[in-house]
Design a protein around this ligand. Structure first.
Ligand code: COA
Ligand code: AMP
Length: 633
């Protein structure tokens, strides 16, 4: 029995104000909050509403004030380019404070939005922290998104400035950012006033002054700039994520709660102390990268690794072991798909045996379901605990986990362990009643959510309320389904909306359908995520053509695939579009996506009672067999 954990967890649920007041004492405030939680306007809750602080101060200055300026804050390692560097807290602050001055020179002020569209280089982290320093709201866009997605984020955030780089490097291909950015700026209705571009050596691009300036030019007259005082409830950043429709949702993060919660997690969930080396192998464009490459480790004052590489192919399946060994990493956080990729290439762990991992203590996995085979393989190889934990962009930190800094709990393979302090997780069944242990249902969290979670959506209070807080009064709807067992372990089984997880990347099938529908030969379509051994899920498109189309199917498929790549980006990993005669529907015209997915995954399915024409299911099955989709998983 985990007595200590249970006691702490219960305290957090029974008296959240006391719990989070104590946690708030661990961070730096210009003015300490006296009001811990404002519950007067549910579902909009305010943590620490009269507190005054600054995100960047807590990430850098706070540690320097305590004499730790010489300690390494950031280690950058890029097996793709061969570049490596280290920054102490002093050095990082100096760069951040200069770039903050550069942003100010370009007219960026408190509350202005700045889009950051960059590869995994230190300048991306510097840009994020510089925004925080002057109270600008950053919105980082993942490099694998196409111009169209970037344009929609420029429009929604009404960004003043965009920071980018000349290119990113993917194994075997250079991602030229400038043409993508140019196209996005052209497409966006809202016009940004300036672009700052970091020229990567050997890949410099031409800039059109005065609108476009280089990173170096931006520094020309930049002065060191101090942290501005920010109210706790002002916003630190917007991170767009896939929603239930094609329009991405701007998840916002308020400042005070974010610092308190993330700092708390480093010790309590991850058992990381100030002298530890921590590595999150994700991308700064995702929530895991925001929280665990940049913010949480720096709030904690430990050392964080920024890795511009892949688990395989940069150069080999030993890349992760090399980083852990070279920098004496204590814990790694990544997505299960990274380990599946390593396992696929090096099932016997031959690369592993070349490195010294004696300092390595634990592996954390999240972003998608961690299949027991992968966990067991990793445990056998690494001989350390492998911890599956569950969270979302909306929350920015784990909802359920083994809280290893409080008390190590036993692993139940397939479960993401127990609710973390702060989260009162429940299961609600389709009849709207609370589930008993082991009964399946929608996973919800009782309001108020703890600090650090999303207080609203950017410029969309109503969407926040309707989308997340209305179906179950008094609860946050996670859109995950599953059950909680008799020991309180949470089992995440599936999404209840159109979101799929491809290689740990969150995508909306609805957004892909919107793109396919724009093809002039497509009458209707369905996109579904089918099981994939490497990436967890892969999207496939089923397309029905308009009458009288005389192009051949193969050409249409290729055009559709290219359209998704151009409009959403390579990250969608959309490689299969099959032309079929008709789609199975209910009598009221709803496409039976769930049933098609079951057929594709070769799992048992019941004939939906409302199906219009049952014979279509056999046709679909044959189409999937002909296209070698069946048994893919
Ligand atoms: N910029 C531009 N393109 C990118 C990109 C980026 N930052 N990241 C990925 N892409 C591209 C890839 O090059 C690939 O393009 P391609 O179709 O031309 O090959 C496409 O997007 C799909 O990428 P991905 O799904 O990542 O597949 P992959 O085959 O390149 O790599 C893994 C597979 C498992 C190695 C990779 O997904 C991985 O390292 N995952 C780690 C998990 C992770 O970081 N999760 C994030 C949340 S924790
Ligand atoms: P994102 O917002 O990109 O972090 O994606 C969040 C979604 O990923 C969740 O709602 C889940 O569907 C899925 N997810 C994240 N972590 C896990 C996990 N440990 N187990 C199962 N699904 C997970």
């Amino acid at each position: 029995m985990s007595l200590n954990f249970n006691k702490i967890y219960q305290e957090s649920i029974n008296n959240p104000e006391k719990f989070w007041k104590e946690a708030s004492e661990d961070i730096f405030w210009f003015k300490k909050p006296t009001k811990i939680l404002n519950k007067s306007n549910p579902p909009f809750f305010k943590w620490y509403e009269d507190g005054v602080t600054n995100t960047c101060y807590n990430a850098l200055d706070f540690h320097i004030d305590q004499g730790k300026g010489n300690k390494t804050a950031l280690i950058y390692d890029s097996p793709i380019t061969g570049n490596k560097s280290k920054f102490t807290y002093d050095q990082l602050r100096s760069k951040v404070s200069k770039f903050a001055g550069a942003l100010k020179n370009q007219g960026v002020n408190k509350g202005d939005r700045v889009i950051i569209y960059m590869p995994m280089i230190p300048e991306a982290v510097i840009a994020m922290l510089a925004c925080a320093r002057i109270g600008a709201i950053h919105s980082v866009v993942f490099g694998g998104f196409a111009s169209n997605e970037l344009a929609s984020r420029i429009d929604d955030s009404e960004a003043k400035l965009l920071v980018t780089a000349s290119c990113g490097f993917e194994p075997g291909r250079t991602v030229e950012y400038k043409p993508l950015v140019d196209e996005a700026i052209k497409q966006a209705q809202h016009k940004i006033s300036k672009m700052i571009l970091f020229q990567r050596k050997g890949n410099e691009v031409k800039l059109n002054a005065p609108m476009e300036i280089s990173w170096d030019e931006a520094h020309a007259n930049a002065k060191d700039t101090d942290c501005v005082e920010m109210n706790s409830n002002e916003f630190a950043y917007i991170l767009y994520t896939s929603g239930t429709t094609g329009t991405p949702k701007g998840i916002v993060r308020d400042i005070g709660g974010h610092i308190v919660a993330l700092k708390w997690t480093m010790k309590n969930i991850y058992n990381i102390d100030e002298d530890d080396i921590w590595w999150s192998a994700s991308d700064i464009g995702w929530i895991v990268g925001h929280s665990y490459i940049v913010y949480a480790p720096l709030f904690k004052g430990c050392t964080t690794v920024l890795f511009e590489g892949k688990p395989v192919g940069t150069p080999d399946a030993g890349a992760f072991w090399k980083i852990i060994s070279d920098y004496k990493v204590k814990s790694l956080f990544t997505a299960p798909t990274a380990f599946r990729a390593i396992k696929k290439e090096d099932p016997e762990g031959k690369f592993f045996s070349k490195y010294d991992l004696s300092k390595f203590e634990s592996l954390f996995l999240a972003g998608e379901r961690a299949d027991p085979d992968t966990i067991k393989w990793a445990e056998n190889l690494l001989k350390v605990p492998v911890i599956d934990h569950w969270w979302q962009t909306e929350t920015s930190w784990a909802i359920s986990s083994n809280c290893t800094g409080i008390e190590m709990m036993k692993t139940k393979y397939g479960s993401a362990c127990k609710a973390v302090p702060g989260y009162d997780v429940k299961i609600i069944k389709s009849d709207q009643t609370l589930a008993k242990p082991n009964e399946m249902g929608d996973i919800v969290v009782k309001l108020p959510l703890p600090p650090g979670t999303f207080p609203t959506l950017w410029n969309a209070d109503q969407r926040y309320k309707e989308n997340y807080m209305s179906n179950y009064e008094g609860y946050y709807q996670t859109y995950d389904a599953g059950h909680i067992d008799e020991d309180g372990y949470i089992w995440i089984m599936s999404r209840t909306d159109d979101i799929i997880n491809v290689a740990g990347h969150r995508l909306s099938t609805g957004a892909i359908e919107e793109v396919l529908s724009e093809h002039q030969s497509v009458a209707e379509c369905a996109v579904l995520g089918i099981a994939d051994k490497l990436k967890g899920q892969l999207p496939i498109g089923l397309i029905v053509l308009k009458a009288g189309v005389d192009k051949d199917n193969d050409t249409i498929s290729k055009e559709c695939i290219q359209m998704v790549r151009d409009k959403i980006g390579p990250v969608a990993a959309f490689k299969v579009a099959i032309v079929i005669k008709r789609l199975p529907k209910t009598r009221s015209g709803k496409i039976l996506r769930g049933t098609i997915r079951k057929i594709a995954d070769n799992v048992e399915y019941k004939m939906p009672p409302t199906i219009d024409d049952p014979a279509i299911l056999d046709e679909i099955k044959q189409d999937l067999i002909d296209n070698k989709i069946l048994n893919n998983g």
